[in-house]
Each structure stands twice: as C-alpha cells, then as structure tokens.
Write a protein that binds this ligand. Structure first.
Ligand SMILES: [Fe+2]
Ligand SMILES: [Fe+2]
Length: 227
C-alpha cells in the first residue's frame, strides 16, 4: 500500500487531490482513498452503539465538513478527514464530560486508540499519524489547538451544532435525557454563540452564518408548535 510521504503531507488541497490516484500498469488505483475509506469503516464499527450525536451520524457529518473545508493554509485533506473520522472513538470507553480535563479527555483516548490502529494497519508514515493524533487529542477544549489540523478538526466538529439535521438530533437526545425543549433550544443557541467566537477558518464562520438563518426559523417553528 502506498504511504503518505512527508513531502506530500503539507501540500495544497489541490495537490493533495491529485495524489488520490496511483498509476500502475495503466490502471488507475485509488490507493490513499482506499486507506481513508477503510479508516472511516473502522470508525463506524467502533461508534455504532453510541448515540447519534456522538456516534456514526456525528462522525459522518464531521467527515463531510472535513472533505469540504477551505483554508488559506496548505493542508492535506485526507489527514483532515482521517482526524474527523476517528476524533470521538475514545467515547467507546465511556465519558464523563463534566470532569474532563485538557490532559484527560475522550479526545486523548481517541488518539491512543487511533495510533494503535494506524500503526498496525500501515499505510501512513509516523509524521502523518502524529498529525492526526495531535488533532484528536486537542479537539475537546477551546484554545488548545496548536496545529492547523487541530484547528480544522475543531471547526468541523463544532459545525455539527449549526447543521439542521444534527440540531434535530441534539434536541431529541437532550429531551430524552429529561431536558425541556425550551432549555434544549437555549442550549443550542448558547453553544452556537460560543462556537461562533472560536472558529478558526473563514469557511466555518461562513457556514455558521448560513445555518444560523435556517435554525432561527426552525426554532421559532418548534416553539410555535409546542404551544
Ligand atoms: Fe468529541
Ligand atoms: Fe465530535
């Protein structure tokens, strides 16, 4: 299996896209694409029993944002996608969000699980594995992202809070946990206000702005419906 090269890791998005195919005996083979796909499948296997807002649905939404992220800095999009796919797998070991710390949280545990898997499965150089694992370990607390990849993961992860289909799931989940709809809506709004201030990329800021309109309308509809 072809490996991510050190030189290839910091190429621009367009250049990275061109490495998605590998020519061999006249046949175009999507080597890296297969690796990314198998990593996403592995993440799905781990996350399948978690609630949608932390599990497979959240992971797929985060991956989709990572596939489409735009940034002024040169990044390898595959590494963004791999970070997005594996960033919450640490939740399979259980999680007490209230008591997480910068050094001990589900992102740190995700990085440990991911490193073990990626080392064993092959196909990525140590430097590439370090990049994705650092991103995962830094995705839980604001202001701790030290790399462009960690910043992109922060944005892709938190953008879930702005996507209508995910908002429905958050509201449903929190109501099932005993929260009133009114408080669940307020929680969404507070989170959005907060995340809007923390986004690193213009892409995330624009997406947040775009989804804001849809949600505001939806929230009003929900409240009217409840009366
Ligand atoms: Fe997380
Ligand atoms: Fe997440």
């Amino acid at each position: 299996m072809e490996r991510f090269s050190s030189a290839g890791m910091l190429m621009s998005i367009n250049q990275a896209a061109s490495t998605m195919v590998h020519e061999e005996n006249g046949t175009v083979i999507c080597v890296e694409k297969c690796l990314v796909t198998s990593i996403i499948e592995y993440a799905e296997t781990l996350l399948k029993d978690l609630p949608e807002i932390y599990g497979v649905t959240h992971m797929r939404t985060t991956v989709r944002f990572a596939e489409n992220i735009e940034t002024t800095e040169a990044v390898n999009r595959d590494l963004c996608v791999i970070s997005a796919a594996l960033h919450d797998v640490g939740l399979i070991e259980g999680c007490d969000f209230e008591h997480e710390t910068v050094d001990d949280n589900h992102g740190v545990r995700s990085a440990v699980i991911a490193r073990t898997y990626l080392n064993k499965s092959g196909g990525m150089e140590d430097e590439a594995i370090d990049i994705v694992c650092t991103s995962m370990a830094q995705h839980c607390f604001p202001g701790t992202q030290t790399t462009i990849y960690a910043k992109i993961l922060w944005d892709c992860d938190k953008l879930n809070m702005f996507k209508d289909t995910m908002v429905d799931r958050y509201l449903h989940h929190w109501q099932q946990m005993g929260m009133t709809r009114e408080n669940a809506v307020k929680r969404i709004e507070r989170a959005r206000e907060y995340y809007r201030e923390t986004f690193f990329t213009e892409y995330a800021q624009n997406m947040a702005q775009r989804y804001r309109v849809g949600c505001a309308r939806k929230t009003v509809n929900h409240n009217q419906h409840d009366k």
